[in-house]
Design a protein around this ligand. Structure first.
Ligand SMILES: Nc1ncnc2c1ncn2[C@@H]1O[C@H](COP(=O)(O)OP(=O)(O)OP(=O)(O)O)[C@@H](O)[C@H]1O
Length: 599
């Protein structure tokens, strides 16, 4: 993380060294002042030098602080930028396998810890050089006193060496607790209605406060160790001062040491507090930073989606640069004509979610024609959503291949494939933002006229004047998502129907829209509603990751037991038979619905 800022670091280090040198020279110049004073010679020059040293030292220290403070913010920004970009380039399933709140804390909390740590390396070098410099100048003054000082420094050093790793361990544990806190809090807030309705506020609150308490406990442990380290350093130096004062006074009285040298030596001993304090602080910050960067680097295990065709199976390692291959350059096989053959085809596709899990789809063959409505039905867990994940390239097949316009997916980039599809997901069909933002989400350049037209087509005329609204109902949400998907007429519309019951009007509006769209392009729905199944031109029955049957409603109702039981579970057939209605009559029903007082 520091590497891109080498030059700033070098400048910071250089400034630090000058400041240290100015600091180191001060006691020597003080001795010069004292010697001049007792010798009765010119006092002005040494005092002017002393003042110049103090001023120069202060200015350089100021410059260095600003430089390193700015550097620290840049490093935090770099880390945040790279994590955010990584999240959006990551493979969907890898990202979804982790708790959202935890991913968020890595961007917000963990990167913050890099702030202090980033300048700690310079601080450490500065402090190390300051320490060595001070010891060398002490040696010049008096070797006996230096031996006393070294004894104290050695004891302090050993104790710090033993204690410092504990700070790192405590920090890592504290950050992990903050990660859990983020994950649990995000989950609980997202489900706040269920939490309240279940009267579980207390329990949820306690659990998350527990995470906060864990974080505090570990941080307090780190703070205590840091305080102990600091106290040891401080009292070690103070003991050294007393020892030096005693030994120095005795040596001065014996005539073995000048008083001015003793004063200078004591000034150096006091100055030792600086580098030792700096060493302690920087080592503590570095421990926290190493713990944080460990958690940040761990994110590199999230595999990225390849952005160029031909490398679909390979997870892209962190930091690699991928060339974007121009569309069409990889065109080597397949019928290129857009008007013949199916738009999408799966050939012998087997897929699984992890190396240790069993396949969810087994040798699946399916063709999606260029026009018309294909409904996918099947029991829960049959693999319907997995099929969509494959079409959208959230998941790659283990065996077999998927073709778009007769060309294998591996020859298209993810963006090219997704550019041909529109997708309405079941659970979270809208993104945060206004109605207008949502409708324009895929095509931000869409005009107001286009937005209004597509809203009218999904019968959301009432939202036309309210494009800036953010509060919408559940049924409106579905239609807003559909409007987004239908803006600029996609070639293939993938619609994962909401399982929650929507009102008749919403259902009718969605249905009419799908029918209209199916005349111009392909629509594939994961059907959870009676009307969707009945309206489809073709129905695909999926069971245990395989296609069990395909056909029209009457064909399948006649020939397939599973289909019949699925449809009967939807209770449509008895209703239709009793009312002597046909599927097409439903259209008429939905058309007259708006004028009926109640349905
Ligand atoms: N992200 C995942 N990681 C591991 N296994 C998964 C994942 N998603 C789905 N599965 C498993 O794959 C199988 C098929 O799931 P899928 O979601 O495709 O079924 P479905 O037909 O869409 O079911 P439903 O109608 O209930 O949504 C299930 O056994 C499920 O447990």
């Amino acid at each position: 993380m520091l590497r891109p800022h080498r030059r700033t670091m070098a400048l910071g280090l250089f400034l630090g060294l000058i400041a240290s040198a100015a600091g180191l020279a001060t006691p020597m110049v003080t001795k010069w002042v004292l010697d001049s004073f007792s010798g009765g010679v010119d006092l002005v020059t040494p005092i002017a030098v002393l003042a110049a040293l103090v001023v120069a030292g202060s200015v350089i220290t100021l410059w260095q602080s600003i430089l390193l403070g700015t550097l620290a913010e840049r490093i935090v920004l770099d880390a945040r930028t790279s994590i955010i970009r990584r999240y959006f380039r990551a493979r969907v399933l890898d990202l979804q396998a982790r708790a959202t709140g935890e991913l968020v804390t890595r961007v917000t909390a963990d990167t913050g810890l890099l702030h202090q740590a980033s300048s700690s390396i310079i601080g450490l070098i500065n402090a190390g050089i300051g320490l060595i410099g001070t010891l060398v100048l002490m040696a010049v003054l008096d070797l006996t006193l230096l031996a006393c000082t070294l004894g104290a420094v050695a004891v302090v050093g050993v104790l710090m060496f033993l204690l410092l790793p504990r700070i790192g361990q405590a920090q890592t544990a504290a950050q992990a607790s903050v990660g859990n806190l983020g994950a649990n809090l995000e989950g609980a807030l997202r489900a706040i209605r269920t939490v309240k309705a279940s009267r579980a506020e207390g329990r949820q609150g306690d659990q998350i406060v527990g995470n906060a308490q864990d974080a505090a406990r570990h941080s307090i442990r780190a703070a205590r160790v840091a305080a102990a380290v600091w106290t040891i350093a401080w009292s070690g130096i103070n003991l050294a001062v007393i020892l030096i004062l005693a030994v120095g006074a005795w040596r001065a009285s014996e005539g073995l040491l000048e008083v001015s040298s003793l004063v200078a030596f004591l000034l150096y001993v006091f100055q030792l507090m600086g580098p030792i304090g700096e060493l302690t602080q920087n080592l503590t910050a570095l421990q926290a930073g190493i713990a944080a960067s460990g958690r940040i680097n761990e994110l590199e295990s999230i595999a990225l989606e390849p952005s160029s065709p031909g490398s679909a199976e390979a997870a892209v390692p962190a930091g690699s640069t991928e060339a974007i291959v121009p569309a069409g350059s990889a065109q080597t096989t397949g019928p290129a004509s857009e008007d013949d053959g199916p738009v999408l085809a799966l050939q012998g596709v087997t897929a699984r979610y992890g190396p240790d899990t069993s396949p969810v789809l087994h040798g699946l063959d399916l063709e999606i024609p260029r026009r018309g409505h294909t409904a996918i039905v099947g029991p829960s867990g049959a693999g319907k959503t997995t099929l969509f994940s494959l079409l959208l390239r959230f998941l790659e097949p283990e065996e077999g291949r998927i073709l778009l316009d007769g060309r294998p997916y591996t020859e298209w980039s993810h963006r090219e494939v997704r550019g041909r599809l529109a997708y309405v997901e079941q659970e979270t069909p809208v993104v945060p933002g206004t109605v207008g933002d949502n409708v324009r989400f895929t095509h931000p350049d869409a005009t107001d006229a286009e937005v209004r037209e597509v809203l009218r087509s999904v019968r959301l005329d009432e939202l036309e004047p309210a494009l800036h609204a953010t509060d919408v109902s559940g049924g409106q949400r579905q239609r807003i998502a559909l409007a987004r998907a239908l803006l600029r007429t996609p070639e293939v519309l993938l619609l994962d129907e909401a399982t929650a019951q929507v009102d008749g009007l919403t259902e009718a509006a969605v249905q009419a829209c799908i029918q209209e769209h199916a005349r111009r392009g392909a629509v594939v729905t994961i059907a959870h509603r009676l009307s969707t199944v009945l309206d489809a031109d073709r129905i695909v029955v999926v069971e245990d990751g395989q296609i069990r049957a395909q056909g029209t409603h009457p064909e399948l109702y006649e020939s397939d037991d599973l289909y019949r039981s699925l449809v009967e579970a939807l209770r449509i057939q008895p209703f239709l038979e009793k009312q002597n209605l046909r599927t097409s009559d439903l259209d008429r029903l939905t058309e007259i619905q708006p004028t009926m007082p109640s349905v």
